[in-house]
Design a protein around this ligand. Structure first.
Ligand SMILES: [Cu+2]
Length: 107
């Protein structure tokens, strides 16, 4: 995970709810940035050029927003961590074509 001047790269992450995701952070920008997920009480501040690692242990499936506390507002420095159920999401549902029933009435 790279933190630049007012962006995250990537802006989309995936994790499994029962696993701990260790994320390496690197601030390649010239400003101080943070990696913050409020609902998981994660708030890592990185000085320019600094590297750090955070452990993310989501407890339930869903979408979490990570952001920089300094630039998450008007600068839109944020991303989405999608917590899935592990396995690939099934497309689900099969469509059975209706038989084209020709109605021939009459004797
Ligand atoms: Cu920032």
């Amino acid at each position: 995970m790279e933190l630049g001047d007012n962006y995250f790269d990537p802006t989309k992450l995936k994790a499994a709810p029962s696993e701990t995701l260790t994320l390496k952070l690197e601030n390649g920008g010239k400003a101080t940035h943070t990696f913050t997920i409020d609902s998981l009480s994660i708030d890592k501040t990185l000085q320019p050029g600094e590297e750090a690692a955070v452990d993310i242990s989501p407890s339930q499936a869903g979408a979490l927003t990570y952001r920089c506390r300094f630039h998450g507002g008007s600068s839109n420095m944020k991303g989405t961590l999608t917590v899935g159920q592990g396995g690939p999401a099934g497309a689900g549902g099969s469509s059975t074509p209706k038989p084209a029933g020709g109605y021939s009435g009459g004797y």
